[in-house]
Ligand binder design. Structure first.
Ligand SMILES: [Zn+2]
Length: 345
C-alpha cells in the first residue's frame, strides 16, 4: 500500500541522478561548522524565515546568503574539504551520479585554476558509490573580460581532466548581467556541454536568445510557459526544441519565484510530456535533499513510484555522462527495480 512512509522509504532508496547542484549552496550546517564558520554566520545562512517575509526581493536576499559559504571556502584546503563533504552527503542520499557545479573564483591566496584543482582533487579521491562530474559556471554579473578569462582557465583545465569537466553553466543573480552567447559558443566548439539558468525572472528577450542558442539543458525555466508569465512565441520555440529543464522546487518556492509547490511550473512539463529532471539547486541554503524533492513531486503532482523511477531513468539521458556511462546507470536502475519490487507496492 502506498502511504507517506513507503513514499519516504522509496524516495530515499531510489538511486538518483542530481544534475543541478551548486557546490557552495550545497554546504550543510555540519560542513560549514567543519570549515570553521561561526554560529552567527550559519544562523544567517539558514535563516529562511527572514527571506520568506521579504517575498518581493527574496531572490536577491538568497544571493546575499551565498557570501557566508563563499567566505568559508576561500582557500584551496577549504574548497577541497567542502567538495569532499558535499559528495559524501549526496552519496548518503543515494545519489548515484552527481554533476556538481561551481564558479571558479580567485581569492587572495587562490587562483581560479587552484580553485578548480581543489574541487577536482576531492572528486578524484572520491571512493564512494557515486560518480561525480564537474560543471564550471560563468557568473552572469561578471564583465566580458572576466568571463573570457574564466573560460580560458576552464578550457585549459578541461584538456587535463576531460572525464571530469563536462560542461559549462551560466548562473548568478538573474536580476544582474546578461547571457553572452559568444562565451557559450566557444565552450560548445571546445566539446563542453552547456546548461543555462534561464527564465528565473521574467525576461522574454533573453529567454529567446538562450532558446535560439540551444543549450543542452536549462536551469529552472520558471517564467517560460505562458501560464507563468512567459510569452507564447518563446513557449512555441521551447516546444520545438524540447530542451530538458532542471526543476528545483524548494529553491523556487523559497526564493519566491514560484508561488507554492502546488503551483510550480513543473506541472506543465509533466502534463505535456516535456523533458525535466528533479534537482536540489542549493540543498544547504534551502535545507532540502534530492529525496525530499522527489517526495514533493509525489505529494503535489501525484507522481507514482513508477513515475519517479522513470524521472531518475530519464535524467540519465539528460546528463553529460558518456554513452557507455549512461548505459551503465540505466542498467543499474533496471537492476535496482528488479531487486526491489516490494518497494514499488
Ligand atoms: Zn542554480
Amino acid at each position: 500500500m502506498t502511504t507517506k512512509s513507503t513514499i519516504y522509504q522509496f524516495c530515499r532508496a531510489l538511486p538518483k541522478i542530481e544534475l543541478h547542484a551548486h557546490l557552495n549552496g550545497s554546504l550543510s550546517m555540519s560542513i560549514l561548522t567543519e570549515l570553521g564558520c561561526m554560529d552567527t554566520s550559519i544562523v544567517r545562512y539558514m535563516n529562511l524565515t527572514d527571506i520568506l517575509n521579504k517575498k518581493e526581493r527574496a531572490l536577491d536576499e538568497c544571493f546575499k546568503l551565498f557570501k557566508v559559504a563563499h567566505d568559508a571556502t576561500n582557500t584551496p584546503d577549504s574548497v577541497y574539504i567542502a567538495t569532499k563533504r558535499v559528495i559524501e552527503e549526496f552519496d548518503h542520499d543515494n545519489v548515484m551520479y552527481l554533476e556538481l557545479r561551481t564558479t571558479p573564483r580567485s581569492e587572495e591566496n587562490m587562483s581560479k585554476q587552484e580553485y578548480i584543482e581543489s574541487v577536482i582533487k576531492a572528486i578524484k579521491e572520491n571512493d564512494k558509490n557515486i560518480t561525480v562530474k564537474l560543471i564550471l559556471s560563468i557568473n552572469r554579473s561578471h564583465d566580458m573580460k572576466n568571463s573570457q578569462e574564466s573560460l580560458e582557465v576552464i578550457l585549459n583545465m578541461k584538456k587535463i581532466f576531460p572525464d571530469i569537466i563536462k560542461g559549462i553553466d551560466l548562473s548568478g543573480n538573474p536580476n544582474v548581467g546578461k547571457f553572452e552567447a559568444a562565451i557559450f559558443k566557444t565552450a560548445k566548439e571546445n566539446s563542453l556541454y552547456t546548461t543555462i539558468h534561464c527564465a528565473e525572472v521574467k525576461n522574454d528577450e533573453e529567454v529567446k536568445d538562450i532558446l535560439n542558442f540551444g543549450p543542452d539543458r536549462l536551469g529552472h525555466a520558471t517564467f517560460l510557459h505562458p501560464r507563468y508569465d512567459g510569452c507564447q512565441e518563446n513557449w512555441q520555440l521551447y516546444c520545438e526544441k524540447r530542451i530538458p529543464i532542471e526543476c528545483c522546487m524548494t529553491s523556487n518556492v523559497i526564493c519566491g519565484t514560484s508561488e507554492s509547490y502546488k503551483k510550480h511550473h513543473i506541472q506543465e512539463w509533466i502534463k505535456n510530456g516535456l523533458p525535466f529532471c528533479i534537482s536540489t539547486d542549493d540543498k544547504g541554503v534551502f535545507c532540502t535533499s534530492l529525496s525530499e524533492e522527489y517526495e514533493y513531486a509525489n505529494e503535489f503532482f501525484d507522481l507514482s513510484k513508477e513515475d519517479m523511477w522513470k524521472v531518475s531513468l530519464n535524467a540519465v539521458d539528460y546528463s553529460f555522462a558518456s554513452n557507455a556511462e549512461k548505459l551503465l546507470y540505466k542498467s543499474k536502475l533496471n537492476e535496482w527495480k528488479r531487486d526491489n519490487e516490494n518497494l514499488f507496492l
